[in-house]
Design a protein around this ligand. Structure first.
Ligand SMILES: *Cc1c(COP(=O)(O)O)cnc(C)c1O
Length: 394
């Protein structure tokens, strides 16, 4: 029988729909803001990564418009050929200063940074040692390497030391890689210990700080600054797509790292550079963080209030130490019901269910926003409390 070339497209999709595993896209009719219009309804936004509401900051918008007016809509090329504009270099210089590192490099996205850099740092005869809860883009970066892999239990430093000590005899290069802020639970990697133990074995350290950049550390300078480890982590990777309110992946580290990365990362070499508007807004985002501490302060003030109130109501908020606060629910079906009802009542927060987390660890993941006020938070909290009681979560 002749094969059916593309029947799997429909079959596999329908299988996902049947199991309720398909993504049902919600459409924003406004900008991504503390109050957004989503599917025709005004909601309190509790699932955007736009933590500081910088995407709506007048300075970022003006910088994007000015850069587009001056330099056009696109950059014309990959960075390595004719697509490096002075505005790209200006952002990298400003970023390195902000991060307290010698140098920095900007990728199209955080995903492109992980996928392009990890496979160049290690290869055959080397090993990558990874926290078991690392982000999918790290996992895909790791899959592109010929290096062996080892995993340690989430934040278990005893086990990391043991895995390192085993690896020490067998391998050439060793790369220890971890999320900075873990995106599902909102806890922070013990980077001080990871760096200390890794140094003992001459292992490289790589932290994906996508949810920490602009959020943790003084002025939101990220995980290196949070632990006072500026310049001591081999690769601090992050993104402009979350708290910075724009788009773009970043790495910060030594000049040697940056020289190596831009000559070797295929995602950097073979993909067009950011439009001038993006670079302009990135520059303005760093500038705002340097000059206006109120955004990071508000984010943390809101986070502490919201988290404490949820706990006082009896909700289990897991191990979170950051503006990512999971509301643990247990069963996937209850998490989905809670999220749907929250939405109907004007609170937008998504369920995280199996297979993203273990079957009995379904939750609503809330992400705080600096632009929400006390009334907004109280409104959202009352709705959580009512529904939590109704669904017997509290
Ligand atoms: C969002 C995220 C990324 C991807 O960043 P983008 O710049 O949006 O591609 C990478 N790692 C982690 C941990 C993330 O949460």
């Amino acid at each position: 029988m002749k094969r059916n070339s593309n029947a799997f497209l429909k079959n596999e999709y329908e299988e996902l729909v049947k199991n309720d595993f398909d993504w049902k896209l919600r459409i924003l009719q406004s900008g991504s803001a503390p109050h957004s219009i989503v599917d025709g309804k005004e909601v309190i936004m509790l699932c955007s990564n736009n933590y500081l509401n910088l995407s709506n900051h007048p300075k970022l918008i003006k910088a994007a418009i000015d850069a587009a007016n001056k330099y056009g809509a696109g950059s014309g090329s990959v960075r390595a050929i004719a697509g490096t504009m002075k505005i790209h270099m200006d952002v990298e210089k400003k970023l390195a200063k902000f991060k307290g590192t010698e140098s920095s490099l900007i990728y199209q996205t955080g995903f492109a940074a992980n996928a392009g850099l990890i496979p160049q740092l290690v290869g055959k005869g080397d090993v990558i040692i990874s926290d078991e809860l690392n982000h999918g883009s790290i996992i895909d970066g790791v899959r592109l390497t010929k290096a062996d892999r080892a995993v340690y239990k989430h934040k278990d430093m005893g086990e990391l030391e043991k895995v390192l000590s085993d690896a020490d005899k067998k391998y050439n290069r060793i790369l220890v890689i971890t999320d900075g802020v873990f995106s599902m639970d909102g806890d922070i990697a013990p980077m001080d210990k990871i760096v200390e133990i890794s140094k003992e074995f001459g292992a490289m350290t790589y932290v994906d700080d996508a949810h920490g950049e602009g959020v943790i550390g003084p002025d939101g300078r990220g995980i290196g600054a949070h632990y006072g480890l500026e310049g001591e982590i081999d690769v601090e990777m992050g993104t402009f797509s979350k708290a910075f309110g724009v788009v773009g992946g970043l790495i910060a580290g030594s000049q040697d790292l940056v020289n190596f990365a831009y000559n070797k990362s295929r995602t950097w070499l073979l993909s067009g550079s950011h439009p001038p508007a993006v670079a302009g807004a990135q520059f303005a985002a760093i500038d705002v963080l340097e000059k206006e501490p109120e955004h990071v302060n508000n984010l943390w003030k809101n986070t502490k209030y919201f988290k404490n109130e949820l706990k006082n109501m009896g909700f289990d908020t897991g191990e979170s130490e950051t503006p990512i606060t999971p509301v643990m629910v247990g069963e996937s079906s209850i998490a989905k019901e809670l999220s749907d009802t929250l939405f109907k009542q004007g609170v937008f927060a998504l369920p995280i269910v199996f297979p993203m987390v273990a079957r009995d660890k379904a939750r609503i993941r809330t992400m705080m926003n600096a632009g929400l006020n006390k009334d907004d938070l109280n409104k959202a909290l009352r709705i959580f409390e009512n529904l939590g009681k109704k669904l017997k979560i509290i």
